[in-house]
Unconditional design. Structure first.
Lengths: 116, 112
């Protein structure tokens, strides 16, 4: 089945120690998104890639970076995690472009990040 | 004011009940409307997707959009314990459909 896969499912890191979360997709979608979701809250968009074009949300802290080396993979780097960065991180994909407006996003199962 | 408002619940119903979940929104430019189901410690799973106004039915699920009232609903018929989850509404604009606006989710508990 085509899907969005996130690794690892659970990640524990130390305060200030860089961490990388990964996402891969077999849907061949051209847009990939990273969201942060805290308990009982809506997912909060951090940034997205439209093909190779990176689009950062205005309120995403500089501590969060992303890389998309190819269509299938996308990474979220947190350079110096703070206690407030403990959350579920969700990767999503969608197909968009002419004739594909408004297509829904498809999510992975997330990586739950804990900060010690 | 949030762009999308959703009652957090929890909503507790007996098995077999009809469930009504709702979201209101403030931006009349929203054109695409989605409902996602999210089980504990899992990612959101797309349930329903509609464009503009009207109804859409898929099995036990019916999505309604009332753009004049800026109100969307998800109905679940013959609810099952396996429907127990958090339901998130989401919507996007016709001119910026890459950006989704989510409600904070309604937690539903269907009791056997």
């Amino acid at each position: 089945d085509a899907m969005v896969i996130q690794n690892p499912r659970y990640q524990v890191t130390q305060f200030g120690k860089p961490v990388t979360l990964s996402c891969s997709q077999t849907l061949n979608h051209n847009v990939m998104y990273w969201y942060q979701q805290k308990s009982s809250q809506a997912p909060k968009l951090l940034f997205h890639y439209y093909d190779k074009d990176f689009n950062n949300e205005a309120d995403t802290p500089d501590n969060f970076q992303s890389r998309r080396p190819n269509t299938s993979f996308c990474f979220l780097d947190i350079r110096s995690p703070g206690l407030g960065d403990a959350a579920m991180y969700l990767c999503a994909t969608s197909r968009t472009g002419t004739g594909a407006e408004g297509q829904p996003q498809h999510f992975g199962d997330g990586t739950r990040l804990s900060i010690l | 004011q949030k762009e999308v408002e959703q009652d957090p619940g929890p909503l507790s119903v007996p098995e077999g009940a009809i469930v009504s979940l709702n979201c209101t929104y403030s931006n009349s430019a929203f054109q695409y409307f989605m409902w996602y189901r999210q089980y504990s410690r899992k990612g959101p799973e797309l349930l329903m997707y509609t464009y503009s106004s009207g109804n859409k039915e898929d099995g036990r699920f019916t999505a309604q959009v009332d753009k004049s009232s800026k109100y969307i609903s998800l109905f679940i018929r013959d609810s099952q314990p396996s429907d127990s989850a958090t339901y998130l509404c989401a919507m996007s604009l016709v001119y910026n459909f890459n950006k989704f606006y989510f409600g904070s989710g309604t937690k539903l508990n269907v009791k056997p």
